[in-house]
Write a protein that binds this ligand. Structure first.
Ligand SMILES: Cc1cc2nc3c(=O)[nH]c(=O)nc-3n(C[C@H](O)[C@H](O)[C@H](O)COP(=O)(O)O)c2cc1C
Length: 133
């Protein structure tokens, strides 16, 4: 079952959608769950080992990701709104992401858990990110 409905080019996530991915300390993908693959349009095999910017959307300002990386590298949890691109498509989807560091077999890794943002949160993020581009 799909975890989104299409509205124009936007994949609007369902309330139940819960997208998870994990990266190494360089941002290469170690794991992605079914909801993540479904929303982004990739199979798991296409994602493992790839840099997480594979889903980066050009409307996202660099400053947002600098803030994300500075925060999680300092050991803290980052939360924020992210617009992601769908594979080979002009479609995209918005998420509210919580990203935090973990130790896996003694190695620093990072996990991101994502839920559907509200329409107001998306509108505010669009306005804010335009000023940062
Ligand atoms: C756990 C984790 C999850 C991430 N998830 C995303 C994501 O969903 N979309 C995205 O564009 N960048 C995500 N990033 C940030 C990317 O690593 C990268 O910094 C960003 O896409 C910007 O690309 P660039 O560094 O090549 O400019 C994530 C990073 C981490 C550590």
């Amino acid at each position: 079952m799909s975890i989104y409905t299409l509205s124009g080019n936007e994949r609007v996530l369902s309330q139940e959608a819960f997208l998870v991915s994990e990266t190494d300390d360089k941002g290469n993908i170690l794991f992605a769950n079914n909801d993540f693959c479904n929303a982004a349009g990739y199979t798991i095999d296409e994602l493992i080992g790839k840099p997480h910017n594979i889903v980066r959307h050009s409307d996202m300002p660099k400053a947002a990701f600098k803030d994300l990386w500075d925060t999680v590298k300092s050991g803290s949890t980052w939360t924020g709104f992210v617009k992601n691109a769908v594979k080979n498509s002009s479609e995209y989807y918005w998420v509210y992401a919580t990203v935090y560091p973990v130790l896996r077999d003694g190695k620093r890794c990072y996990i991101s858990c994502r839920k559907k943002p509200t329409e107001d949160e998306i509108s505010s993020s669009i306005a804010l990110y335009k000023t940062l581009l």
